[in-house]
Design a binder for this molecule. Structure first.
Ligand SMILES: Nc1ncnc2c1ncn2[C@@H]1O[C@H](COP(=O)(O)OP(=O)(O)OP(=O)(O)O)[C@@H](O)[C@H]1O
Length: 245
């Protein structure tokens, strides 16, 4: 069986010498993969390259076995994306926003819009202007838009960033339910390790543009302590190796 996401030796350096280097990530079908790293580690850079919003200097991204660089349409055919804060026309209702987004997908109509509004819990507020929505509701609308085309993989960049506890819990519950009931595979970035621990089965740790560890959350826990402690151990190892280099 092919992996859903295969990232190999992905490298991109900006003119200020920051960026990512030799990143390797594998996401299997059914994973809720937590792409963890502190602010500035390079998560958005990887996700933008993965979804064709940016170009790598070197390396490769394959989604469902297709190269994003050479076979973009095939690679993205079963993928939904929410990168950075969800954008919507705030002077329109959620429903109208979704109707506009649905025009990009042949065969997606009223019924699917009803379904996604229901999944993200916005059905009761669907005719209200987005301008009056809370940040959490806007993020859920972004998630609904990313789900319109019935994707098999959802790539979400910091989906709970800036949300209060209730907003975070709502997004988390939607993600876990979609993974279980609709068999959607997730790649989710976050700088919140507890969030990752609560919803992910596999994790990749990015530190200063390099993936320092990838593994099952259960495996990391077996090594002792919480995911936070596992992260701190990995970073300590990296620092020690750098000091001896
Ligand atoms: N267009 C750019 N030009 C120059 N430097 C950039 C550019 N985009 C990102 N960077 C730098 O590359 C590094 C990685 O940025 P990136 O946005 O990918 O990190 P991140 O892990 O997503 O962080 P955050 O959680 O803060 O969004 C940062 O040091 C950032 O300043």
């Amino acid at each position: 069986m092919k992996s859903v996401v295969e990232i190999r030796q992905l490298t991109k350096k900006f003119s200020n010498q920051r960026g990512i280097e030799d990143v390797n990530i594998t996401v299997e079908q059914g994973d809720i993969y937590g792409f963890f790293g502190p602010n500035g580690a390079g998560k958005t850079t990887v996700m933008k390259i993965m979804t064709g919003l940016s170009r790598a200097d070197r390396g490769e991204v394959r989604l469902f076995g297709h190269s994003v660089k050479t076979h973009y349409e095939e690679a993205m055919a079963k993928v939904g994306v929410l990168i950075e804060t969800a954008e919507a026309y705030t002077y329109m209702s959620a429903r109208r926003n979704l109707e506009l987004a649905a025009r990009f997908y042949p065969g997606i109509g009223r019924q699917r819009i009803d379904e996604v509004l229901d999944i993200v819990g916005l059905a009761p507020y669907q005719n209200e202007k987005v301008a009056g929505y809370s940040l959490g509701m806007k993020q859920r609308l972004g998630l609904a838009a990313a789900m319109l085309s019935k994707p098999e993989l959802l790539i979400l960049d910091e989906p709970t960033n800036g949300l209060d506890i209730e907003g975070m819990v709502q997004i988390r519950e939607i993600i876990v339910r979609l993974a279980r009931e609709e068999r959607i595979t997730f790649l989710i970035s976050s700088h919140l390790i507890h969030e990752m621990e609560l919803m992910c089965n596999r994790i990749g740790i990015l530190h200063q543009g390099r993936l320092v560890r990838e593994g099952l959350v259960a495996e990391l826990r077996e090594e002792g302590g919480t995911l936070e402690q596992a992260y701190l151990r990995e970073i300590e190892d990296v620092r020690r190796l750098a000091a001896h280099a």
